[in-house]
Design a protein around this ligand. Structure first.
Ligand SMILES: [Fe+2]
Length: 272
């Protein structure tokens, strides 16, 4: 069985460009077909608009006939066009979609299951030289962490991170007799931090991930841990868990100019 994984497509970023949302739909679907995937997982950050994100997922499913599974990333929670929806309402919107993994593990077969959560950053990846107040400000050297303006769960980031970790634990319990593929948006292993010391990422690492999932890797039979968010492509094995970051990322970060090549390079295929 072939399970394809990708994240951080950011399909709505290219306005005055030859690449647009239709290009993404076509090329992502082509790659899903080319790889003969049985399942396709998107680990968040499809777009800055939840309706657009959901439309994209549904259309890929229609164009390929392949089951898509999804968890939202921080950008999918962004409230660019509709100020009436709170972040929790957007969470509930995603939760209702048939492709969603939120609070609903996907049972592949007797042996394997998939558990998913956005997870949330809890500042534990930041350099210790910053105080909680420094990090909670979400502003550094004239720049801002943009979630500050577009996401509002009405509680602190640490409380969001705790809550998502609790939900994940409940889902892991539901499938504890199986081998597990864990899907999050933010990173759950500190090895995904931007190496320190770094001029600005000593600070911005705060928003890259969480250490709240560390204990889950010894408690449950997690074989694969997929995350996105950090916009570089990097895989490693630690204590028998394969950690995968399959970010497509922004075009300015690509090594080539070719979307087909970049999707091919970013996509990771798990064979079980
Ligand atoms: Fe992200």
């Amino acid at each position: 069985m072939n399970i394809g994984v990708i994240s951080d497509l950011h399909v709505d970023r290219y306005h005055n460009d030859e690449i647009n949302e239709t290009t993404f739909l076509r090329e992502v679907s082509n790659e899903v077909n080319r790889l003969s995937l049985d399942l396709f997982i998107i680990a968040g950050d499809v777009s800055n608009n939840y309706v657009k994100t959901h439309d994209f997922i549904e259309t890929v499913e229609m164009m390929t006939g392949v089951k898509v599974l999804f968890i939202p990333g921080n950008h999918d929670f962004w409230n660019f066009d509709d100020n009436n929806r709170s972040s929790w309402e957007i969470y509930d919107y995603f939760k209702q979609q048939p492709e969603s993994l939120l609070e609903r593990p996907y049972i592949i077969n007797d042996e394997w299951a998939i558990v998913g959560s956005p997870a949330w950053y809890d500042y534990s990846f930041a350099s210790e030289r910053f105080s909680y107040e420094d990090l909670e400000r979400r502003a550094f050297k004239g720049g801002h962490w943009q979630d500050k303006f577009y996401v509002d769960f009405k509680i602190s980031d640490i409380d969001v991170a705790n809550y998502f970790a609790e939900l994940t634990k409940k889902d892991l319990e539901k499938v504890k007799d199986k081998k597990i593929i864990l899907v999050t948006h933010v990173a759950t292993n500190k090895r995904f931090r931007v190496p320190m010391p770094h001029k600005i990422f000593d600070y911005y690492n705060a928003y890259m991930g969480t250490t709240k999932y560390d204990e889950f890797y010894s408690e449950y039979d997690i074989k694969y841990s997929i995350s996105g968010h950090i916009h570089f492509r990097y895989n490693f094995i630690e204590n028998g868990v394969t950690f995968i970051c399959a970010c497509l990322g922004y075009r300015r970060e690509w090594r080539t100019k070719e979307i087909v090549q970049e999707i091919r390079d970013a996509m990771y295929v798990i064979q079980i």
